[in-house]
Design a protein around this ligand. Sequence first.
Ligand code: E4P
Length: 219
Amino acid sequence: MKLFLDTANVEHIREIQSWGILSGVTTNPTLVSREGRCMRDCLEEIVSIVDGPVSAEVLSLDTEGMIREARELASIDPKINVKIPVTPEGLAAVKALSSEGISTNMTLVFSLNQALMAAAAGATFVSPFVGRLDDVGSDGMALVRDIVSVYRNHGVGTQVIAASIRHPMHVVQAAMAGADIATIPYEVMVQMVRHPLTEAGIERFLRDYEKVRAMEAGK
Ligand code: E4P
């Protein structure tokens, strides 16, 4: 499973990119608004840092507006895929954009039927929102499992992004569910790499090797 960062913060993207494990980035209007910069500025900097796909979301609600915005966003860089909410207008936009060769990420997906329609429209990616489903008492990860299993049964090429990830266990569960990608907030990515036994192990190795250094210094 590929690991994407779910943020528009370029310092965070630079840091995780430097770890050598980052395959892409997803943004949304809320994440961009936190940075106090316009969408285009953020995206131009993000694509200069990241090697893989970068999602950017449209704000229009009508098909024509979505298509117009999508073309503008896609013209920024070939890495950009356009996030479009799963509505009738959004499906029509994805259909039109996929025939133009513009990559799309069907977002705000909360049901298997929505995911089936996203695939039928030709979406490159589909983003089920795990955490937001959990928040309303549904099983968000069950939706990821169902989408993966139905897409596999029917040979669907749309890639599944487990989105709205809230904690490291969501990432583990997304991988076990067979998601192609998990898009992960910075704080969760940092939690994922940490383990108290790793830290204690490093400390002990360094402490023990001090004896060798002392021995060598005494020769
Ligand atoms: C996905 O692409 C979205 O940007 C994101 O995962 C939404 O997460 P949230 O529910 O934490 O806002």
